[in-house]
Ligand binder design. Structure first.
Ligand SMILES: [Zn+2]
Length: 419
């Protein structure tokens, strides 16, 4: 069996790993680097592609398979959310003037190729999926072929969050020949979720006390639903005071429908709720004109680079009573939110805008941190571990922590291994 790392080695983005033997060619994830768009040199002539979850860095390149007959394997929630995100990708690329040779019809073709089963047998290879935490519908992929066993984590999370249980360690098969594991937070030990949420609420309350505006830019898939439910629930429990609170994101609204539809894959406490994502204290609006200030606004996109996030960032940045709460860990270096946080200045058509608003980064992530990554390796006991999906410093720190339990390899993109 050969394993070829096509993308996502020593980097975050463009995840795609080819596993092939005499009978099968299977890709694990088929992602893009969002800033670079589609990649046309990804492996082709595939029998199947396993999509671990809907984030575009794991699924975005599926558009390039829409003309073929490759089976796409993943959960139902991943299928539906991926199709929303792929439609949005086409829209954004067109808006940016990129000549993208795919249309919304091609997204439907991908949905038709989808096989949403937890187990699939190909001639000579078995594929099984296991819940991975991280986001709605996320799975790990387990391949068995020629007596070899390969476990690929995709992105995962072991700790429970407010809306989703972490991956259940006891469910995974032990001692695979190969573990391919994400390393996003390979050198980071995070505060507990409780501590992070307390910091978030403290920051919100302080801004409310000075009657400032609060901007919370986030992602349309999972993070926004989680954030809105967290704030709505806290207001209901009087942990947070009532305030004019809004969501602005049409994409998120469409994706939220699937959170209702697939609530059985969310936490038990949400399953009993008739409509867990109908917020009682948060208003969904379409345009910024409908905001009554002072206000708290949860909106997209997550890096503040476009749309409502960007518009409000520029409008609210100069007032020291306001606050901007970043809840992603990773920020592209030249993104406006990173500039606001690191430099205190953002650029608008060449003009500099000084950021006087309070900028905080509170990382409510859905990834395993270093402690969880080490715990995963110790429990699963793989013979050999390939570390992917992380910046080199994160990967190197993680290698040190796990090398006494497993043989560690740090692959390069386009590197091939015989197992
Ligand atoms: Zn992800």
């Amino acid at each position: 069996m050969n394993i070829l790392f096509h993308g996502g080695a020593k980097e975050v983005g463009g995840s795609c790993i080819l596993v092939e033997n005499d009978n099968n060619r299977v890709a694990l994830d088929y992602g893009i680097k969002v800033e670079k768009g589609l990649s046309y040199d990804a492996p082709k002539r595939l029998d199947a592609v396993v999509i671990t979850h809907a984030h575009l860095d794991h699924s975005g390149n599926l558009l390039t398979l829409s003309d073929g007959n490759t089976a796409i394997v993943g959960s139902e929630a991943t299928r539906d959310v991926s199709s929303e995100l792929l439609n949005d990708l086409i829209k954004v690329q067109r808006l940016n003037g990129v000549d993208i040779p795919y249309s919304y019809k091609d997204v439907n073709k991908i949905t038709d190729l989808w096989i949403s089963r937890e187990k699939l047998a190909l001639p000579g290879m078995e594929i099984s999926l296991y819940p991975a935490g991280h986001v709605l519908g996320a799975r790990m992929a387990y391949l068995e072929a020629e007596g070899k066993k390969v476990l690929y984590t995709g992105d995962f999370c072991l700790h429970d969050t407010e809306i989703l249980d972490g991956a259940n360690l006891s469910a995974f098969p032990r001692e695979p020949d190969v573990l391919i594991m994400e390393s996003t937070y390979g050198c980071i030990v995070r505060p507990t979720r409780e501590e992070l949420i307390n910091t978030l609420f403290k920051s919100i309350i302080e801004t409310m006390e000075r009657r400032g505006n609060i901007l919370i830019p986030t992602f349309a898939f999972h993070r926004i639903q989680e954030m809105a439910r967290r704030i709505d629930t806290a207001m209901g429990m009087k942990i947070l005071p009532r305030y004019n609170t809004y969501i602005i994101s049409r994409l998120a609204e469409r994706i939220t429908e699937y959170f209702g539809e697939y609530k059985m894959s969310l936490k038990k406490s949400l399953q009993d709720d008739m409509d867990p994502f109908r917020y009682e204290r948060i208003k969904s609006i379409k345009k910024v004109d409908a905001i009554r200030e002072p206000a708290m606004v949860i909106c997209t996109p997550g890096f503040g680079q476009a749309g409502i996030s960007r518009e409000l960032l520029y409008e609210w940045a100069e007032d020291e009573d306001n606050s901007i709460i970043i809840n992603t860990g990773y920020l592209p270096e030249d993104s406006p939110l990173n500039m606001a946080k690191e430099k205190g200045v953002i650029k608008n058509d060449g003009e500099s805008v000084e950021v006087k608003a309070d900028v905080k980064q509170i990382e409510l992530s859905g990834h395993a941190d270093q402690i969880e990554l080490v715990q995963f390796v110790k429990t699963i006991r793989p013979k050999r571990t390939f570390l992917v999906h992380g910046d080199p410093d994160q990967i190197l720190a993680l290698e040190k922590k796990i090398s006494e339990f497993t043989e560690v390899t740090i692959p390069e993109n386009h590197e091939k291994f015989k197992i």
